[in-house]
Design a protein around this ligand. Structure first.
Ligand code: ADP
Length: 491
């Protein structure tokens, strides 16, 4: 049997560290790649070997296929783990790895390719009997075609880029006039963002929940699901808070939606860990949205409730092993919640806030996990995603996981940039979140949660000074030392 010995991690930040930790547990050496901006980064220090692959901009380093492959060759790695983002859903990168004799720790390139094109994926899903959101079967070319389709579905509709991702390239359309104005604009936006101008139209599902199913398939026909996650709390169509299981999914719906997810995965010849995303409407009808052919940011909540290490499972599958369990061996235990901590300011529409983290001391304790990209104060770079950390908690019940998360967020000592911590804390403490009354409109429906509580002037000033001096201070719940007292250097 093949045995992987050295894995190159083609990524940075918390996910690179997270993958390397599992490699270490499995006795596999890890190779980091890094850009010049990341020379001092934690993932570079943690790896067994590290290789600089170019300047700061992603296109010249983490997205530069030749450079990543060259690093793999010179380091003698036998496999590549792409993490999420960057090259993780790039079918030609998966192909190039295979051609270079490297094991790609992910699905076959053909599965990435078909799921990376939303119109092809929709077609394949319909064939496999997986419900999709009503919409155009293929890309729309003309305004007339778009008008006719939208008229037959009824407004509102959503325009999406066929090659879109990361919440980009979507536009909500509420009237024929708006549609007429938006089609060519969306096409040119899609061309500049994704190098592919094709757009299509979907019915806009009103107040849906975002429910996704984690699947795991080996190359011998073994296939299981690892239950669902709910990711309805989003801003700009991107997730901020995730949990598992979903409090809106009863056993009957769970059976149906996980069954559909496995049909989706089998239909594209999937191997490894993947996520099938659905929208669930108010009548509990669900619709396929897309399949993410990689490890998800929010995979820790699934790890909490199943006790599995998803990266270890990915590596075993890529190494040609069979899944060591069947569906009946798997069960959910308790509840887990994850908050993504971004260097962003919720009060100003979640604008990124790069700069120096002058203090970074994450929470610890029972049932708390922090996947962070900083092991000491450092810089939130303007070049990359502004996510600082993911805090996930486990509890025997949802209520316990929420209470634990609120405690963890209060314990998180961080200063230098504005973060989403106070926002997440207000959310954990809000009645509406505790009730589980969620939809993808949650953040806009509850604007008060994005606004900081007023802090007495003296308290904020004292807190900022103490934090700058690296001291622990007792702050009112949800308050961060920031604003005019914040010390930071911008590039
Ligand atoms: P991306 O690939 O860019 O992440 P998705 O298709 O996964 O885009 O959609 C991201 C989010 O956008 C969803 O979680 C949901 O909030 C919203 N969304 C997408 N399609 C629809 C739709 N047809 N109706 C309502 N909301 C939608």
């Amino acid at each position: 049997m093949r045995q992987l010995r050295k894995v190159l991690v083609a990524n940075r930040g918390e996910i690179a560290l997270r993958i390397m930790r599992t490699c270490k547990e499995l006795g596999i050496r890890s190779v980091a790649v890094f850009s010049e901006a990341d020379r001092q980064s934690a993932h570079v220090r943690y790896a067994d070997e590290a290789c600089c692959i170019g300047p700061a901009p992603s296109k010249d380093s983490y997205l530069a296929i030749e450079r990543v492959l060259h690093a793999a060759e010179t380091s003698g790695a036998d496999a590549v783990h792409p993490g999420y983002g960057f090259l993780s859903e790039n079918a030609s990168f998966a192909e190039r790895c295979a051609a270079a004799g490297l094991v790609f720790i992910g699905p076959p390139a053909s599965a990435i390719a078909v799921m990376g094109d939303k119109t092809h994926a929709r077609k394949l899903m319909q064939k496999a009997g997986v419900p999709v959101v009503p919409g155009t079967p293929l890309a729309v070319e003309t305004v007339e075609e778009a008008m006719w389709t939208a008229e037959s579905m009824g407004y509102p509709v959503i325009i999406k880029a066929a090659a879109g991702g990361g919440g980009k390239g979507m536009r909500l359309i509420e009237s024929p006039e708006q549609l007429a104005q938006s089609i060519s604009l969306s096409q040119s936006e899609a061309r500049s963002s994704f190098g592919d101008s094709r757009v299509f139209i979907e019915k806009y599902v009103v107040r849906p929940r975002h429910i996704e199913v984690q699947v795991l398939l080996d190359s011998h026909g073994g296939a299981v699901h690892l239950f669902e996650r709910e990711c309805s709390v989003q801003r700009r169509h991107q997730k901020v808070i995730e949990e598992a299981p979903s409090c809106a999914v009863a056993p009957v719906l769970r059976d149906r939606i996980t069954g559909a997810a496995l049909r989706a995965a089998r239909a594209c010849g999937y191997e490894g860990a993947g996520t099938v995303e659905f929208l669930v409407d108010q009548d509990q009808e669900f619709y396929f949205m897309e399949m993410n052919t990689r490890l998800q940011v929010e995979h820790p909540v699934t790890e909490w409730i199943t006790g599995l290490d998803l990266v270890a499972e990915q590596i075993r599958v890529a190494d040609g092993e069979r899944l060591p369990f069947t569906q009946s061996d798997l069960a959910m235990h308790g509840h887990s919640i994850e908050c993504r901590i971004y260097a962003e300011d919720p009060a100003s529409g979640f604008l990124p806030d790069a700069g120096m983290l002058i203090r970074h001391a994450p929470p610890t304790g029972i049932g708390v996990r922090v996947d962070a990209s900083f092991d000491e104060p450092g810089e939130v770079s303007i070049y990359y995603d502004p996510m600082i950390a993911k805090v996930s908690t486990w509890g025997r019940t949802r209520e316990e996981a929420i209470r634990r998360m609120a405690r963890a967020l209060k314990d998180y000592a961080i200063a230098g940039v504005k973060t989403t911590i106070p926002f997440c804390l207000r959310l954990m403490e809000s009645e509406v979140f505790r009730r589980g009354d969620l939809s993808t409109h949650f953040v806009t429906d509850h604007p008060a949660l994005s606004v900081p509580r007023p802090v007495p002037y003296g308290q904020a000033r004292a807190a900022a000074i103490a934090a700058a001096l690296g001291q622990r201070v007792r702050l009112p719940a949800g308050v961060q030392p920031s604003g005019q007292w914040q010390q930071r250097r911008r590039r």
